[in-house]
Design a protein around this ligand. Structure first.
Ligand code: AMP
Ligand code: MN
Ligand code: MN
Ligand code: MN
Length: 279
């Protein structure tokens, strides 16, 4: 059984359609997949339809943007009722916030000399929920930078003009949306926030106080020493452990279903909804 609980389609900042994503996951041997697009559920029904053809299971998923201590944090929601009014309203709110934020980012980049950035980004995003990677691509196509890394370093990364997060809700709010709609909230890619051990513990405590239940303890890019620390923290705090590639599209460093397995010592997040006998 191969389970990947974190990936993106072109309904947010991924490169593949939900259909192509599910086909690729199937080719990679994935049996259970959560599509976790940023702040949208637009790919869910297409993914489910395609998954039926391969006898794969799709777990309802999303990756919410929020802030904690002024820092941008991603919280994955898994296994919620996608028709629950709390989730439906939350997603609509996040989608409109993302749209407003995109307008603000465009205005800021325009001021920094990226003329035509809005039109270019709209063309690239082509109806998806607009994210910074779309702006990064637009900056490349406008000749302002030569690659994605440079786009984030100069324009879009933490503290740069295109790093707009004022619209995002607080951590506790997004955790509550997920829990109220019957799902499990998961701290996404804890290695990406560059937190000290003390700060990470504070994040975990705030997250759990809001009802959060799990943390990603293995991803395609998480280093082995960090994975060991995350497994220890899951055990120390009684958090379930989640796993996922965070696949956005074919690259040499990330593939669907490819990450180191969780150790036997942690409780996997899927134990609660897949094989109840394991509880
Ligand atoms: P947003 O959802 O608009 O805040 O954009 C965040 C997304 O940008 C993340 O989910 C990643 O897919 C991508 N990202 C973040 N940092 C970088 C980076 N340094 N280089 C390339 N992509 C990045
Ligand atoms: Mn992304
Ligand atoms: Mn993320
Ligand atoms: Mn992600």
């Amino acid at each position: 059984m191969l389970i990947d609980l974190h990936c993106h389609s072109l309904k947010s900042d991924g490169k593949l359609s939900p259909t192509d994503l599910v086909n690729r996951a199937h080719e990679m041997g994935v049996n259970v997949l959560a599509l976790t697009d940023h702040d949208t559920l637009n790919g869910l029904s297409e993914a489910k339809q395609q998954a039926q053809k391969h006898n794969m299971q799709i777990i309802n998923g999303i990756e919410f943007s929020c802030v904690w201590n002024g820092m941008g944090i991603h919280i994955v929601g898994l296994g919620f009722d996608h028709k629950h009014p709390v989730m439906v309203d939350a997603v609509a709110l996040q989608e409109s916030r993302r749209q407003e934020r995109a307008v603000t980012i465009a205005a800021r980049l325009e001021k920094k000399g990226a003329a035509g950035i809005w039109e270019k980004t709209l063309e690239i995003s082509n109806g998806a929920q607009i994210g910074r990677p779309h702006f990064a691509q637009a900056l490349i196509e406008l000749g302002k930078v030569s690659n994605m890394g440079q786009a984030f370093k100069k324009y879009l990364g933490a503290g740069k003009p295109g790093d707009v997060k004022a619209q995002w809700p607080q951590l506790n709010e997004v955790v509550e949306w997920i829990v109220q709609s019957g799902g499990t909230a998961v701290i996404a890619h804890p290695d990406s926030y560059k937190l000290t051990r003390t700060k990470l513990k504070l994040l975990i405590e705030a997250f759990m106080a809001a009802g959060g239940g799990a943390m990603e303890a293995t991803t395609a890019t998480m280093e082995s020493s960090y994975r060991a620390r995350m497994n220890e923290l899951c055990i120390e705090y009684g958090l379930m452990a989640s796993q996922g590639s965070d696949f956005h599209g074919p690259t040499p460093w990330c593939e669907l279903g490819r990450f180191n397995p969780l150790p036997e010592t942690v409780k996997p997040v899927w134990s609660q909804w897949l094989w109840p006998s394991r509880l």
